[in-house]
Design a protein around this ligand. Sequence first.
Ligand code: FAD
Length: 635
Amino acid sequence: MAEVERHKYDVVVIGAGGAGLRAVIEARERGHSVAVVCKSLFGKAHTVMAEGGCAASMGNANPNDNWQTHFKDTMRGGKFLNNWRMAELHAKEAPDRVWELETYGALFDRTKDGRISQRNFGGHTWPRLAHVGDRTGLEIIRTMQQKIVSLQQEDFKETGDYEARIKIFAECTITELLKDGDRISGAFGYYRETGNLVLFETPAVVLATGGIGKSYIVTSNSWEYTGDGHALALRAGATLINMEFLQFHPTGMVWPPSVRGILVTEGVRGDGGVLKNTDGKRFMFDYIPPVFKGQYAESEEEADKWLADNDSARRTPDLLPRDEVARAINTEVKEGRGTPNGGVYLDIASRMPAAEIIRRLPSMHHQFKELADVDITKEPMEVGPTCHYVMGGVEVDPDTAAATVPGLFAAGECSGGMHGSNRLGGNSLSDLLVFGRRAGLGAASYIEGLAERPTVSEADVEDAAAGALAPFGDSGENPYTLHSDLQKVMNELVGIIRKENEVQEAIEKLVVLRDRYENVAVSGGRQFNPGWHVAIDMRNMLLVSECVAKAALLRTESRGGHTRDDHPKMEAQWRNTLLVCEVDRSVGNKFVPGVTVTPKAQIPMRPDLLELIDIAEAEKYFTEAELADHPGRTS
Ligand code: FAD
């Protein structure tokens, strides 16, 4: 067997984005030793790219805001398919998590009277996003890294070793989770630079690996988003939910081709930018869906009045939830009112002075100048939908973040439930803080309650080592070709608008790709070998893509991030139904087994939460039976 470096920790956190770092802080605060493993450099995660802000009902910009309104907005955004307990915890705890970041040293933008400033975003009733210009994620990660360093300094004082309780393993990819019976016993991986293998023996693993966007051609996601946590959980026997729901962010760059998909923050629209077609028309007024009728401005005058004073008018439909805006842009382009590059215009230039644009949106100004040679203070941006966020993920207990496998926890984008069928902008950063903390606590409590620690068997280590090295071979399928074939299948057949025959075709093609994967081969050595890295990532992308496609086929309705051309309506019965993905080892191969998808009824919403939803709105989503005890019916 190849040589394997070995470590032992109380908790291993896979992923050093917002969710991972918040889990690390919490588990360490409970006195446990924690390894943080990330496949990128420490400090480079998607969280760093988050621009617009972090949603929390602090009520600084408008005192009418409160957790109940944030809860309702989140549920409405997710079309009421969200795990309501997660949405409740999130809405209640987000303000404390933001304030806590300040105690760690975060410097948010300020209101005139010195409080944390909050900006408007799609689907949020009040200005709610705490932000740092358009570089909020960067500040959040910087702050949490600083907190981790301060904890390491405390550990040094006590033990003489900075890394006594927190150690970072950067550029290290976890390839497999190990189990002792039904419980987690370790995580196995390799260092990307040297190719050396590494084993972490641990009773508790927190998955915080982010999303799956690299299965698509046009995406705002970077190379790390290959669905690793989703696939690691599945192969370890855990379940995923909501995998059919993918968020196509309405505004990605469309030109030049080399940067297609890169995100244009919703903050542009939050701060007054408007969408226009090639006729110069602000078309979003034509796309207010029946479920949102009455809640959005119906004229440009009203929308602009709202921008100046939120209390005096209804909000602009440019800020409808992302799924609605993405579909509207898709329709405008399809009907011939799109730009020559296949997008629409996003205009901030005509809406405010150049200096104000540069002050509020420095990264956007820089991004367009550098990448597209467009000065957004003078010209409109060209934008179109881009695969951005996966609502689906590891099925977890809302309070502890525990997955269905003992010792496994998940938080952040790789977990499922919180956002239902569609996530509101800004609700991811708050989700990371709330459930990252809960995952750290959940893992700490789990290990404190263990009578004895699980052990790792040598046979499992050998098997994991052989699995990691399996792609090396003389000739076979090129992993890059497989990747681009997969992206084509998912982009063209399981994209923003889906049809039964196309999704069916995708599933058949995914089976062929899975079979081709058995012959994948990479040449060269283990030292920084990108072909090998892609070959390992492909296992995960193929597995999660099958989950997306199979769940998309089964859900015969349109809701949030899942639009079926052949089933265009939302159906109340489906709101009540989750689609649960599990591995099916009777088909496929060791690395890419088959997937089964099974419907499961949601737990009914607690009556006190259901009562928060106005009966007129609840009727649009819930079944008659579910509403029987609603006060709107009984009083
Ligand atoms: P990440 O921050 O992506 O971290 C994942 C970590 O897992 C990384 O460290 C990665 O290296 C590691 N990893 C992955 N696989 C492995 C493996 N096999 N082994 C070891 N390590 C692994 N949300 C908002 O709320 N507000 C915003 O304004 C906003 N803007 C955004 C802008 C952009 C351009 C993008 C792409 C997203 C934005 N989002 C925003 C969404 C939000 O940033 C992400 O959903 C969130 O940061 C995900 O955080 P995370 O901690 O779950 O994962």
